[in-house]
Write a protein that binds this ligand. Structure first.
Ligand code: GLA
Ligand code: ZN
Length: 684
């Protein structure tokens, strides 16, 4: 449990009373009570108020906020405020200011703006964390620490350059090794002195957001910047732990955010928390995948939904309102997938600067008689009713999809074969197929224990880090089904090609050799034509379209499940399966239409006895959490109209209504049901 002081699903969010006259807080607290809000995340951006100069710290205002909230039973998730440095610090110690990708030294402004290798930033951020911990260690309202805010962005300053060189020395020891590992014989890049190495940006190797002449340098810079920000987080973490060893520490993450390797960060967070901001056209399965990824960062441990908007955002091009019921539905989507908190940005809407048109529980009108407030209050009552029932419940899955940030960096930095190849999209296509089939899925890193799974899908596993190929081989040998795709097994962790035929280290396991890779321009497609081997039950058609990339494959023992339908490689293998040990290794050589993926994965799940949670119509999400002999089945109707779902014949109670359910359950448009049943949820 996150903190036994509040043994229920925490409900609340970011609260910025520092933007208001203290008297407003009286009204806020009254309304929080009406809405069932029991947690406020405070002090997220208060550094400049807390510390007017090097020596002075002023905590009285924060003392009052903490005390006032606690007096009415509202707990605090206390942020350390280090997500934006004070203006005086930037003026006096310009080393805190970043240098951007264009090589320009920034001036004071914005947020998430500190150089992670600035001695000033490190000194004063750690000191502020220490002061806060010292002061509030004994406060009965303190539930959790929230370090900084949404770490991200890179810096290219001279301090970072020096720290990069030190990081490289540690990694490669000597320049000969570095030159080899970076392949610097290309374009005359041999380095003779560490000081010759400069950060890769628009002034050196990179152009645009992810184009680079030297991918390995760019890749290492991403690793290094991610590590640098992590080091800042860890400095604050250790200060907080000195005074409050038992209070959990987190920082709010951002799902599939590209710049940080969250798998490397996760061991240093006590609990994962993240900010969920889908746009009006984000597929529900994409949000589901992101929740699963956040849950996967710490091996399935429940996470926190730290932020979502109650109604709309301000920073998207089109900030659509969440339709009635959607805020509740998406809140339960998070809970269904492992969240033990439902929190908003923000509780009261600011009236100045760039977030004044961002939705909030309390809108500019200032009272509770609004649609948004009423929906929030309704959800608050429901969460109170659920009490501690769902806390710590786990999601059990036999299928897993691999996600890897370093691999993603390498794929997206790659010059060729196609600018349209987007790692996250390819991962999502496979995840979506399992989602549509209502198969419980874990999102896992390559470090995860593969033995827990029956089916592992690793789309576009371009980079094989040391030991991963061997792990996959053992997984298949023992009976697992492994599925990978085009553009896999191509390089090692240095982005250097594994010679001797693609897919490199996976070649013998997959029983194939890929001779060439064709990139299809937009609009051009090929076809997968299923052979008899490839066409069992769930693949109903013989032909499916495919595109993006087409690998020209030779079988070296693998069975051919599909061949290409057109072009000069018509008839060559496109999808293959190699029986290896007790398992199977599948290779999908192109990016197929969704029906193919669903059919293929339905077949593979059936072979492994991995059953859907329930049979439900499309647009209806079903997923389960379980704990202490109970199973909680969530039915989330993303459609606007009511649906009927057939349930197994076992006794169940719907928790939000308290009604026992019989075989057919009606779920309203955008409605939610949570069914509690015994340990074995009998399928049909
Ligand atoms: C992020 C930040 C918040 C706020 C919201 C607005 O998640 O953490 O401070 O700016 O975005 O959507
Ligand atoms: Zn810097």
């Amino acid at each position: 449990m996150l903190n036994p002081r509040l043994p229920k699903i925490w409900y609340g969010g970011d609260y910025n009373p520092e933007q208001w006259d203290p008297s407003v807080m009286e009204e806020d607290v009254r309304m929080f009570k009406v809405a069932g809000i029991d947690v406020a995340t405070v002090n997220v951006f208060s550094w400049a108020k807390l510390q007017p100069d090097e020596e002075t710290y002023r905590f009285e205002e924060l003392d009052n906020v903490m005390d006032r909230l606690y007096r009415d039973g509202i707990y605090v998730c206390l942020a350390t405020s280090t997500g934006a440095h004070p203006a005086w610090m930037a003026r006096k110690y310009p080393d805190v200011l970043r240098v951007d990708h264009m090589g320009r030294k920034r001036k004071f402004g914005g947020r998430h703006n500190s150089c992670p290798n600035s001695p000033t930033y490190r000194l004063y951020s750690a000191r502020l964390a220490e002061k806060l911990a010292e002061r509030y260690a004994g406060h009965p309202g303190l539930l959790l620490w929230h370090v900084s805010n949404e770490y991200g962005g890179y810096c290219y300053c001279d301090l970072c350059a020096a720290a990069f060189r030190a990081w490289l020395r540690e990694r490669y020891q000597d320049l000969d090794t570095l030159n080899r590992m970076w392949y610097t014989s290309f374009w005359g890049h041999t380095f003779y002195d560490w000081d010759e190495i400069v950060p890769p940006n628009e002034l050196s190797e990179e152009w645009g957001r992810s184009r680079s002449t030297f991918q390995t340098i760019s890749l290492d810079y991403r690793r290094f910047q991610s590590d640098s920000l992590l080091a800042c987080y860890r400095l604050e973490y250790s200060e907080l732990k000195k005074y409050t060893p038992d209070i959990a520490v987190t920082t709010n993450m951002m799902g599939t955010y590209p710049e940080l390797d969250y798998f490397r960060w996760a061991p240093y967070l006590d609990v994962i928390s993240w900010d969920n901001y889908p746009s009006h056209n984000t597929p529900f399965s994409f949000t589901a995948m992101t929740h699963d990824l956040m849950r996967g960062l710490k091996g399935g441990q429940p996470f926190m939904l730290m932020e979502q908007t109650p109604s709309q955002q301000n920073w998207q091009p089109y900030n659509a309102l969440k339709r009635p019921g959607v805020m509740r539905l998406w809140s339960y989507q998070a809970v269904a997938r492992g969240a033990d908190t439902v929190m908003f940005f923000q509780l009261r809407r600011s009236i100045g600067a760039c977030e004044k048109f961002h939705g909030a529980v309390i809108e500019h009108v200032g009272h509770e008689h609004t649609r948004v407030f009423q929906e929030c209050a309704e959800l608050g009552r429901e969460l109170q009713g659920l009490a501690d029932r769902l806390l710590d419940a786990r999601v059990e899955a036999k299928a897993a999809v691999v996600f890897d940030w370093e691999n993603r960096w390498a794929v997206e930095l790659s010059s060729g074969p196609s600018v349209d190849l987007k790692y996250v999209d390819e991962v999502h296509k496979y995840y979506d197929a399992l989602y549509q089939l209502h198969i419980q899925t874990n999102m896992i890193g390559v470090e995860e224990d593969f033995a827990r799974y029956e089916l592992i899908i690793a789309p576009v596993l371009y980079m094989l880090k040391p030991g991963v190929a061997e792990k996959i081989r053992r997984f298949v040998e023992r009976g697992g089904i492994f599925v990978t795709t085009f553009f896999s097994g191509i390089v090692n962790e240095q982005d250097i090609v594994t010679v001797g035929g693609y897919p490199g280290e996976l070649r013998s396991l997959l029983g194939i050799w890929v001779e060439e890779i064709d990139a299809l321009p937009p609009g051009q497609m090929n076809e997968l034509v299923l052979t008899e081997r490839g066409q069992p039950s769930e693949l109903k058609r013989q032909r499916y379209s495919c595109g993006l990339l087409c690998d020209l494959i030779h079988s070296e023992g693998a069975e051919v499940a599909a061949v290409y339908g057109t072009d000069f490689y018509q008839g060559m293998p496109a999808v293959t399966v190699n029986r290896y040990g007790k398992g199977q290794a599948w290779y999908v050589g192109s990016s197929p239409e969704p029906e193919f993926m669903q059919g293929l994965l339905a077949n593979l799940c059936a072979e492994k006895g991995i059953a859907p949670v329930l049979d439900a119509p499309s647009g209806v999400e079903v997923t389960q959490r379980s704990k202490a002999g109970k199973t909680y089945t969530f039915i989330l109707n993303h459609r606007a109209e009511a649906v009927e779902v057939t349930l197994p014949d076992s006794p169940m109670t719907e928790l939000l209504t308290g009604v026992s359910c019989s075989r057919v359950l009606r779920v309203e448009g955008r409605g939610v049901a949570i069914l509690e049943s015994g340990p074995s949820f009998d399928r049909f």
